[in-house]
Design a protein around this ligand. Structure first.
Ligand code: SF4
Ligand code: SF4
Length: 478
């Protein structure tokens, strides 16, 4: 019986090591397959020792005993993080004010001193009356271009196939962009339905048409921009308009970004995948807006061509995850590897509850994104209180400048995040443990460094996506 128990334990260990190795190889990880292979070899040695060297059975039993204690300790559940359970308001500790979209770095860079008289007037208002101290630096950033010159992708010599993927995908929100608001016909009465039923239909329909995660929240006015600042369709008369009237509910959706594309960050496959998801988000948010309108309610799509709201706190309130040190939403299944979209509506819906997945606590120790960020835009220090919200405050300007330099949206901080790894057997176990166990959250950041390395190295991609037959990635480290 004793020997059988030892053999079963060794076989379980062997199976785990085998699965981990296969998954690591599939993910093209540079280090972890070696650890997996070492685990396989070690378990085979244990099995042979148990069968043929009886004297080693006691030490092997002690080894498994200690391993069992470790597993039990890691399985002890802790309390969910109280701030996370309160949603985005859990992080508001001061007198928070609504954020002005005119201050968003993208909005500022679209505000060139050119074009229509309206645009020039807006420029004058912002840089002469509101923020004269920002003009000089913004002029330089604007000259460098949002993704650099030549259409972007400087890091890969603007490799045409990938850069064309980026632009063709962004054509979709541009085409759909003017149709973000959907209103019912004047003679159309709102369809009366039990809100549990309409919630069930809305969420499932959003998933059916392509959303990977869906949640619902009541719209907290604090997360609505105070004034409009991003102008995409020459509608400069909208610039600076106060946003006062907005629907009370948000259907928040996430799309999963493909791991292989993201793992090439900061190269062009990553930005092509971001664009691909913005295209999906435009389709999803506008389709849902129109569905609400056909049901007799208002629908206002939130995607890259129109944001009334800041979407990360809405996603947190809708129970889709927590916000990490790198400022991205960390969702349970996909981690940072998601893009967030929403549709605001007045259809009565039942909100979801915020969740705690252990991300906040994990981020305090992890810091991988901050250490690998090429522009040092992510703080290594503790959170600060910014506008009444306790958060890790990113330097959006320096991040943006790096985007101009490489001609992509970088995404290194998304790719390196341990939560971003594919939703496979081994990563799923780790995510579940991180969500429930304080010991796992304390230990796993260090284990992650050992298994996957501390610094980011872009992974090799499939040949159809490769900009340089993979040769360049070998030398890179962030
Ligand atoms: S996108 Fe790149 S430059 Fe920007 S914060 Fe993330 S790692 Fe840093
Ligand atoms: S890389 Fe680490 S610190 Fe950064 S967001 Fe992910 S878990 Fe948090």
């Amino acid at each position: 019986m004793f020997v059988v128990l030892l053999l079963v334990s060794s076989t379980i260990m062997f199976m785990f090591a085998l699965i981990f190795t296969i998954e690591s190889i599939r993910e093209k990880e540079p280090r972890s397959p070696m650890f997996g292979a070492a685990g396989i070899a070690f378990s085979v040695i244990l099995i042979i020792s148990i069968i043929f060297i009886p004297v080693l059975r006691i030490p092997v039993a002690v080894f498994f005993g200690l391993g069992g204690i470790f597993v039990l300790v890691v399985l002890i559940p802790g309390k969910p993080y109280a701030r996370a359970m309160k949603g985005a308001m859990g992080h508001v500790i001061g007198n928070a004010k609504r954020f002005d979209e005119r201050d968003v770095v993208f909005a500022r860079l679209r505000l060139a001193n050119e074009g229509s008289a309206d645009q020039k007037e807006c420029y004058k208002h912002y840089y002469k009356e509101m923020h004269p101290e920002r003009e000089e630096a913004d002029v330089i950033r604007r000259e460098k271009g949002m993704l650099g010159k030549n259409g972007g992708g400087a890091i890969d010599n603007s490799y045409p196939p990938n850069i064309s993927m980026l632009h063709s995908a962004f054509d979709i929100p541009d085409l759909l962009g003017p149709h973000t608001t959907a209103e019912p016909q004047p003679d159309e009465k709102p369809m009366k339905m039990d809100s549990a039923k309409s919630t069930e239909i809305a969420k499932n329909y959003a998933k059916h048409i392509g959303a990977d995660l869906v949640g619902i929240c009541k719209v907290n006015p604090l997360w609505i921009y105070s004034h409009r600042g991003e102008i995409h369709f020459d509608n400069w008369d909208d610039w600076g308009k106060e946003l006062t009237d907005f629907p009370p509910y948000a259907l928040v959706m996430c799309t999963e970004m493909n791991w292989e594309h993201v793992s090439s960050a900061p190269h062009t496959p990553a930005v092509a995948e971001s664009a691909n998801n913005y295209a999906k988000g435009a389709y999803l948010s506008i389709s849902m807006a129109r569905w609400f309108a056909h049901m007799g309610y208002q629908g206002v799509a939130q995607n890259t061509r129109r944001y009334d709201a800041i979407l990360s706190p809405l996603a947190v309130d809708a129970g889709l995850g927590e916000v990490g040190r790198n400022g991205y939403l960390i969702a349970p299944k996909f981690g940072t590897r998601v893009r967030v979209f929403a549709t605001l509506t007045d259809m009565p819906l039942i909100p979801d509850k915020p969740i705690s997945i252990g991300a906040d606590e994990f981020c305090r120790k992890c810091k991988k994104c901050a250490e690998s960020c090429p522009s040092k835009s992510i703080p290594l220090d503790d959170k600060v209180v910014h506008n009444g919200v306790k958060k890790w405050k990113l330097n959006e300007e320096s991040c943006f400048e790096y985007w101009s330099k490489v001609g992509t949206d970088c995404s290194v901080c998304m790719a390196i995040c341990p939560f971003a790894r594919p939703d496979t057997f081994s990563h799923r176990i780790v995510r579940r443990l991180m969500a429930r166990s304080p010991v796992a959250r304390a230990l796993f950041p260090y284990m992650d460094n050992v298994l996957y390395g501390k610094k980011w190295r872009p992974r090799k991609v499939s040949s159809w996506l490769d900009w340089s037959n993979g040769s360049k990635t070998k030398k890179e480290s962030y």
